[in-house]
Structure formats: C-alpha cells, structure tokens
Design a binder for this molecule. Sequence first.
Ligand code: PEP
Ligand code: MG
Length: 889
Amino acid sequence: PKYVYEFTEGNKDLKDLLGGKGANLAEMTNLGLPVPPGFTITTEACRHYLEHGRNPDGLDAEIDEKLSGLEEVMGKRLGQPDNPLLVSVRSGAKFSMPGMMETVLNIGLNDESVQGLAAQSGNDRFAWDSYRRLIQMFGKTVLGIDGELFEGAIEAAKRAKGVSDDLHLDTEDFKGLVSTFKGIVAEQAGRPFPTDPREQMDLAIAAVFDSWNAPRAVLYRRQERIPVDLGTAVNICSMVFGNLGMDSGTGVAFTRDPASGQQGVYGDYLANAQGEDVVAGIRNTVPLGDLEKIDKTSYDELMAIMETLENHYRDLCDIEFTIERGKLWMLQTRVGKRTAAAAFRIADQLVDQGMITREEAISRVNGDQLAQLMFPRFDESAERRRLGRGMNASPGAAVGKAVFDSYTAIKWSRSGEKVILCRRETNPDDLEGMISARGILTSRGGKTSHAAVVARGMGKTCVCGAEELDIDTKNRRMTAPGGEVIEEGDVISIDGTSGEVFLGEVPVVDSPVVRYFDGEIDPTSFDADDLVRAVHRVMEQVDAERRLDVRANADTPDDAARARRMGAQGIGLCRTEHMFLGDRRQLVERLILADTEDEQEKALAALLPLQRDDFIGIFEAMDGLPVTVRLLDPPLHEFLPDITELSVRVAVAESRGEKHENDLRLLQAVHKLHEQNPMLGLRGVRLGLVVPGLFTMQVRAIAQAAAERVKAGGDPRPEVMIPLVGTVQELEIIRDESLRVVSEVAAEQGVELGFPIGTMIELPRAALTAGQIAPSAEFFSFGTNDLTQTVWGFSRDDVEASFFSAYLEKGVFGISPFESLDLDGVGRLIRIAAEEGRAARPGIKLGVCGEHGGDPTSVHFFHEVGLDYVSCSPFRVPVARLEAGRAAA
Ligand code: PEP
Ligand code: MG
C-alpha cells in the first residue's frame, strides 16, 4: 500500500487514512489556499508500527522520496547548513483529540544549520531561540524528559539576568540555553541530542505514533468513545514562522461563533509568536478584529479565505494561521466543534442562506444535543456567584443544601430537604445517598468516575472532579479558591451542563425547547427564539423522513398527555405495577394471603374498579392511539412488607405476649414468597399462571375501560402485553383466558371489542424461539432492559453502582450496555427474533420498550433491523423522533 501522501494528493474525504488534519490540509492545498507544502504518513502505517513495533516495509523509502520532492519544491534540503529546510512533525487522528498527542517543531536544526537559519532570516536571536525550542520539545516529547527541567533552566536564565519575560532574553542567552539543554538531554536520556536532521525526523515520527497509546490519549478516547484501534496519521509540514518580528504572528479563527452560531469575526491573534505560545497562554492575545489595523492585507486575505472555506465545507470552520513577514499561511482547518444550541442555530442559518438543504440540516444535529437543550437550566439573567468549576458529568441544574456524607443526605432528604451530596469521590456505599440527593458534586475523578457513571445512569445532575474546591468531609465543609467556606447546610447550586458550582440558590427555569414541545411557545411567531424555531424546523423534517414510529412509556394520564404533546404516537409500555402501590398495597396483600377462593375473589373484585379507572384515564389521554398495557410484572413479594421488619415486629409481640395472629400469617407468607434471586423468580407471566384470577382481572379491567370509552364516543386502542414469556405455552394459556374475558365483557356491555394480544421478548429463550412464539402473538415488544440483564447475566439493579465504573475504566466497554444497546450480543438476538418472528407471521408488529428506545445509537440499530416503533420515556420522545429521522435520511 501507499503510506505517504503529498498534500496535493489527498482530500477531505480521506480522514480515515490521513487523519482530520492531513485530509483538510490536502483539501485546502487543492483549493489553492496558501498551505506550506508537506506530506502525510497514513494511519495505516501507524497501525502497522503499533502492532509490529517497527515501520512497515517500504515506508522509509517512501518518506525519502516525498522528502526529496519537498526539498525540490522548497529549494533547500532538510537541515542544509547554509539554507536549511525545517519541518514540523504533527499528529493528526481521524477524530480531533485536542492536546492529547505530540508535536515537534523546527526539525532540521543543529549546530551548523542554526547558523544558516540565522543568515537566511537575518535574525540571530530568532535562530537560536528556534534551536532551543527544538531541543526542548524534542527532549520532552521524543525522549520523554520531564519538561520542568527545561522550564527551570529558562527561569534560571531569566533570574540571572533579572528579567521576567522571554522577550528580554537575547542571542547569547539562547546560545547558553542550547548548551544547557543539550546537557539535560545527555544526562536524562543517556544519549546526546541527535544532530542528524533525518534521525530527528524519524524519531519524531515514531514518537507521534507512540503517543497514540499515551495514557492521557487512551483516557480521552475512552471518555469520548473514540475507537482504540484507529491510530494517528503524521503530518510533515515545511515550517513557517510567526515569531520573526512584529510583522509576523499567529492566530486562530472561527467562521461563526461556536457558542451562539452568529456569523462574524471570531478569533484571537498574537504578534511575533508561534502557535505554541498562544496555547500556553504566555502572552495576551488580541481579538482577531484588531488584525485589520495591524496588517490589513493579511486580514483581508484571511477573511476571503474564511468565506471560501465556509462555502466549501458548508459549515462552521475553525482555522489556525500564521503570518510570516506579512505573508499569510494556513496551518489547519476543520469543521469546528460547537455547543448544542449553536448546532441547531447554525444548521438553520445554513438552510436560510441556501448552503444546505433541510434534509442535510438534520445530519448536522443529533439527539444528544437535543437532550442537552431539554434539561432545566439556571436562569442566566439571575445574579450568581461562582465558587468553582469541575467536569460536566451529568447534565441538569440542581439546588440544595450541601451535605458531606450519604447518611446525612438520606436523613435530611427524608425530612423533605433538598440536598447536594458533596464528596471527594463516591463509592458504592454512597449509592443510597446519591439517590436521595438532588445533585452530586465531587472534587476528584473524571467523567468515568463512579459518581459520574452512576449519576448519568440515574439521570441525576452531577459535577465531578472540581479540584479547585477543597472538600473536607471530616469537618463537613468545603473551601472555594476565592476563600468562601461552605458549611453543611449551606445552599449551593450545581450546573451539570457547564460544570459550574454556585453559592446559594440560583433560580431554575424550564428550557424553552421543552416549553416549545409542551405547546407553550409558538415556533412560528415572529418573536420566537431562533433556537426554538431551528428545533421546530428540524423536527418537522425528521418527522417527514422517519419510518419508525415513536411511542412513550407512560402509566398515568398526565404522563400520557405529556408524551402526546411531545409527539408520542401511542404508549408502547404502560407498566401496571405502579398501580398496585400506595393504598392498594393492602388489597394486594389480601389477594396474596387469601386462603380460600372466596377471599381471593373478594380481593380481586376490590381491585377491579380501581384498575378500570386507571385505564379509562389513560385511554382518554391517548384517544385514537395505541396503548400497550403490560400485565403485572414484578415479583409478588415486592408488594409485601419487608421481611426483617416484619420478623422484628412478630418477635417483639411474642416477647410481650401480645396478639400477633395477622403478622404471623403475613410473615409465613412472606417467607414462602421470599426468593434469593427475585428477578429470575416468580414474576411476569409466571405470576399470571400461578395466582389465579390476577391477569384475568387486569384484562377485564382493560376491556371494561375500553367499553366505557367506546360508549362515551371515544376511540380506545388497547393492546395487551404479556411479560417475561420464555416459551409459547405460557403465552397461549394467558392469551386464551384473555380472549375469553374480552368476549365476555363485550357481550355484557353490548359493544364490539377486539384488541391485539402480544408478548414481550425479554428472555434469550424467547428471542431464540421467536418463530414458535410469533404465531400466537400479534406483536412483539423487545424488553431490552431485561434482555440485557439476562444476556449478560448482569443484575440491572446492582451492577451500574457496583463494578461498572471499574469496567469502564478498564475499557471492557465504552458505555453501559443498559444505556446503549450491546449490538453484538443483545442486538444479534433481536435481529434473529425479528427475522424469525416475521418469517413465521408476516406483518407481525415489532417494537422496543426498554430504556434503549430513547438512546440515539440504539435507535439507529432498531431502524436498521426494521422494527415498527420504539417506545421511551416521554422526555426522550423528541430525541427518538430526531434520531429515527436521521437514521432514515
Ligand atoms: C424491559 O425489560 O426492557 C422492560 C421494558 O420492562 P421493565 O423495565 O419494566 O422490566
Ligand atoms: Mg422487563
């Protein structure tokens, strides 16, 4: 294969091979923009190097050839003593990994060529400064020497001279530093600094390859979910210098504001500097607009180039440039990162400007961005005092009293207080405290720390790794860098979207995007926020494109109504277990404890009208749309008192000689129903088969509610769903009983009733025997929560808090399979079940109702395997609509 591409040979679509930087340098070169000539070594070469520990055959010869070509174009040789060509060696992966990997500048300098550079530039100081920069960067990145040693030597030189600024060091000082640096290299690396320019280049290339596996790069990829095996490309580019005097400089620019999306002049410029100086923040930059006064010719040229780039990429671009003695050079461009709000605004602006179509606009935004825009936020107009900042681990805006241990968090929240749990870091023992808190703040740990992973799993606001806050759990207080001390009980506000922490209560407002979905904002009115308008237009487009229906998981009339406003096309999962809690728990207890058929019937008869009313409200809210009601699913003992508490009660009563007949009976029943592994025990269809009358009562309630709605002129569309089926026989027994009940009710009520009866597919056996189940099921709904639990053997209630953070840290997986569908395992089963179910019963309706129904990546998969709908929580409905549209486009 070809391992090296000149900039003239590549283009922007070759990112896999040339990395983002290399592909875009090639694209700009071909657009005729001023890019310093150079070439790119492919990611394929890097992968070979990383796998085999050496360059692939032929790479060195290819580099020789391209280097000669470059030398010819430039009219000078690498390191040529009287007129040296100098090059930079930069990493450039497919996905940008800012600051994660290595760069070496000024390759080609040594004791001879530094003289040549001095003569050529007419600037001795510049030449020796460049030479010391080379030894410093090379020593640090290629030879792995502690950068502090070089910094320390510079500090010492400044001190000796009594100056505080690099600008006051002169040629002699830099000559001295070069000699000191060489000493540091010899001592630390056990070898002299290499003076052969080609050796410098080869070692730098290897160092860039190796930097792919540097710990910070590995960590970054894990957090950003960038695949581990892509490798990086290496760009060899002829040097241009922004530090040749005040007619030189370097800067960055954006074609639009990456925060708001507005068009304009955005960027920073630093005269007489190299790019590294800007990043290091050594001196203050000036706004890009000031360049017009400093160097109007270059400024005008830059503006024209930015327009060219926007029109060419048809998107926001960010740019790095250098001016060398009045000549503008482009060093990098890429389609720029942006905030969620800017993504929607920019997409909409580009459509208005005729640069992209509405169809294309939906590929410029995604569900994660939309979800971000839907979280409540702190009122930006309110006054607020910032205490510090950490990582934005889990979005949202939370206000509460600071507490420093989980016990207090639980105690205070039980008495109705809102609390923010502040810990240095969290561990599984903190779980209950985290659940009871409004938000979580830690001073240590990154986005894959325990706190972050668990908080995201719970949808709880979290700021983690706020290192500038000193959290002292022993003394129950926290100290901010500004000196403020927050004691236990003081109110703080944390912003999980920005990572900021504020003192006191910052008012929270609903996001305008949610108010739009709720129908409170008219997106077409002339004063509507341009963000709302942009979201509205995207939603119109995705609804036109998508093939998947989107339903909601809802089990109250309020939730159903809200889901409908959010665009839900029905209910894909109405869980009935919540309807048996509260006051009704007693009735369930009676049912379970009933000794005689008569008692049992009484208990059921008491439950029936309550259930019927539940369904009437929901059918009304979802009139005309399907409502999939799932029969009771959880283990029965969940409805019974806690076994320990009850045992204590009985023991106490016994010791006091008090009457305890009922408690004793209850305890016996609880013992009987107690299971070691309830998730794999008596639940779902198994309950329906062993507790007589339970499922038929529920079906009767559904049928009666439907009849009532029909008589009231409504259009109820119930579907009955049987959970946790493993074999078709289970389903058939319940189905036959249900059909009998439905025709009974129809006859009693004098209305025509007929509704689909189907099953959940949430056990591997059900998926593998889908072909046998389908003839008896009018629909399948994949319960991917339980399916993930049973396919992996992971307890869904425990693992995320116990060992998933370790799994994420070790890279076993990049994201919890409960959050984003495991395509290889669980996905494969779904594919098999969908195919075999369809083969056995063409036209069978297929949906999914696990949490994954609202996860962007999973939605694309469900589209691809051809499901009919996804069902998710009401709040995720817009996200699922968006991703279903993007998947279809
Ligand atoms: C599932 O298992 O995916 C499901 C939707 O059911 P539940 O979460 O109620 O078990
Ligand atoms: Mg389930």
